[in-house]
Design a protein around this ligand. Structure first.
Ligand code: PLP
Length: 393
C-alpha cells in the first residue's frame, strides 16, 4: 500500500513568509516589539455593522446550511453592487458565494481546467494561483513582467506565450505583490485576445475598492464571458470570516453549482449574513474613509523607501503593498528579510514568495500598519542599512 502524500503535492510550494511569521511570533513571545509589514491583512477591524449582523444571525439560529451558491439575498446584493459601482448588470444566477477568493479561485479552476492544460499568469503574482492550478493536474505558465507593462500581462505577452495546451489567462488588478492596476485599454485587449484564442479569462478583483488614484475596472465591463473572483476579505475587512464570491460565464453555471455543492456544501452561514451588511451606506462610508487612510500610508511608505534607496519602478496605485527592488543592498532578498527581522524586528516578505523572475532582488512591504508604526520601522530599516553599508565597506 502506498501511504505517501499524493505526487501532486510535491510541487506545492510553501509560503516562505510563514517562516518569517513563525520567527516573528517567537520574537514577540520573547517580548520583542516586532513591526509586521509582511502580512496581507489590514489592521482595521471588521466594520461594526457587519459584526453586528453576524452576531445577530448566530443568536437568531441562522446556522444551518444555505444553498450551495449562497444566500439568495446576498447574491442579489452583490449583483446590486455591480450595478451601482460599475454600471454593469450581472444576473444573480451567475454569482456564487464562496469561502473567500480562495474558494472562488478553486471553484473557477475546478470548473474549467482539464489535466495537462496550462494557465497563463504574470510573474510575480499571488503564489497560491499556481498551487491551485496544480490541484487539477494543470500547470501555471508564468510570464515574467516588469514596469514596462505595469507588472501586468498585455495582449502581446498572451499571444507570444499561448500554446496548444493553454486554457486561459489570469490577471489580478490591483495586483499582489506589486499593487499595480492594469491599464484600461490593455485590460480590454487582453480579454479580447483570450476570447479570440478561444480561452477562458479569469480576473482576480480581490483588491477592488483599494485603488487610490483611479477606479479599477472590472473585467465585466468588457465582457460577460469571464470569471471574476472577488472577496469580502480585503476592502470589506473580513479576512477571517472566509466569504467571497465568484462570477461565472453562463456556460459554467451548472458545473460550478455541482462542484460548490460537493466541495463546500455552502459558505459559512453566519459569515454570509454578516456580509449582507457590507453594502450598507454607513459601512461603505467607513470603508471609503479607510481607503483614504491607506492612500496616505501608501504615499508615506513610497517616499520613505525611495529616500532609503529602494528602487520602485512604478508608484503602486492599489492594494496595500509596495514591491521594492533592494538589489542595491543585497542579491538575496530572502536572507535580507531574515536578517532585518533578526536585527531590527521588522518583518517583510521576500520576493521569492511571488515567483522566480528577479525575485531575489525584491521585497514586499505591506502598509497595513499606521504611519506612526511604519515610521519606527523606517528608522529601524535605516539603521539596518547603515550598519550593513559600514560592514561591507
Ligand atoms: C491576489 C489574491 N487573491 C486571492 C487571495 C485570497 O484571499 P481570501 O481567500 O482571503 O479572500 C489573496 C489573499 O491575500 C490575494 O492576495
Amino acid at each position: 500500500m502506498n501511504r505517501m502524500a499524493a505526487t501532486r503535492t510535491e510541487n506545492i510550494t510553501p509560503f516562505h513568509v510563514m517562516a518569517i511569521l513563525e520567527r516573528a511570533k517567537q520574537l514577540t513571545a520573547q517580548g520583542v516589539d516586532v513591526i509586521h509589514m509582511e502580512i496581507g491583512e489590514p489592521d482595521f477591524p471588521t466594520p461594526p455593522a457587519i459584526v453586528k449582523a453576524g452576531l445577530q444571525a448566530i443568536s437568531a439560529g441562522q446556522v444551518k446550511y444555505t444553498p450551495a451558491a449562497g444566500l439568495p439575498e446576498l447574491r442579489e446584493k452583490i449583483a446590486g453592487f455591480y450595478q451601482h459601482r460599475y454600471g454593469v448588470t450581472v444576473a444573480k444566477q451567475n454569482i456564487f458565494v464562496t469561502p473567500g477568493a480562495s474558494g472562488a479561485l478553486m471553484l473557477a479552476f475546478a470548473a474549467s481546467l482539464n489535466a495537462g492544460e496550462t494557465l497563463l499568469m504574470a510573474d510575480p503574482c499571488y503564489p497560491c494561483n499556481s498551487n491551485f492550478v496544480r490541484l487539477f493536474d494543470s500547470h501555471a505558465q508564468t510570464i515574467p513582467v516588469d514596469a514596462s507593462s505595469g507588472y501586468q500581462l498585455n495582449a502581446a505577452h498572451i499571444r507570444t506565450h499561448w500554446t496548444a495546451t493553454s486554457k486561459g489567462v489570469l490577471i489580478a488588478s490591483p495586483a499582489n505583490p506589486t499593487g499595480t492596476l492594469i491599464d484600461d485599454v490593455q485590460f480590454g485587449e487582453c480579454i479580447q485576445t483570450v476570447a479570440d484564442l478561444g480561452g477562458c479569462f479569469y480576473s482576480d478583483e480581490i483588491y477592488h475598492g483599494l485603488a487610490y488614484d483611479r477606479h479599477a475596472a472590472t473585467a465585466l465591463q468588457y465582457s460577460s464571458d469571464v470569471f471574476v473572483i472577488n472577496s469580502f476579505s480585503k476592502y470589506f475587512g473580513m479576512t477571517g470570516w472566509r466569504v467571497g464570491w465568484l462570477i461565472v460565464p453562463d456556460a459554467f453555471i451548472d458545473a460550478t453549482e455541482k462542484l460548490a455543492q460537493n466541495i463546500f456544501i455552502a459558505t459559512a452561514t453566519p459569515s454570509q449574513y454578516a456580509a449582507l451588511a457590507a453594502f450598507d451606506e454607513d459601512t461603505l462610508l467607513e470603508l471609503e474613509h479607510r481607503r483614504t487612510v491607506l492612500a496616505n500610508r501608501r504615499d508615506y511608505l513610497y517616499a520613505q523607501l525611495q529616500r532609503l534607496g529602494f528602487d520602485i519602478a512604478i508608484k503602486p496605485e492599489g492594494a496595500f503593498y509596495i514591491y521594492a527592488n533592494c538589489a542595491k543592498f543585497t542579491d538575496d532578498s530572502h536572507q535580507f528579510a531574515l536578517a532585518l527581522l533578526a536585527a531590527e524586528a521588522v518583518a517583510v516578505t521576500p520576493g521569492k514568495d511571488f515567483g522566480n523572475h528577479l525575485a531575489h532582488q525584491y521585497i514586499r512591504f505591506a502598509y497595513t500598519q499606521p504611519i506612526e508604526r511604519m515610521a519606527v520601522a523606517m528608522e529601524r530599516l535605516e539603521h539596518f542599512l547603515t550598519i550593513r553599508n559600514n560592514t561591507t565597506r
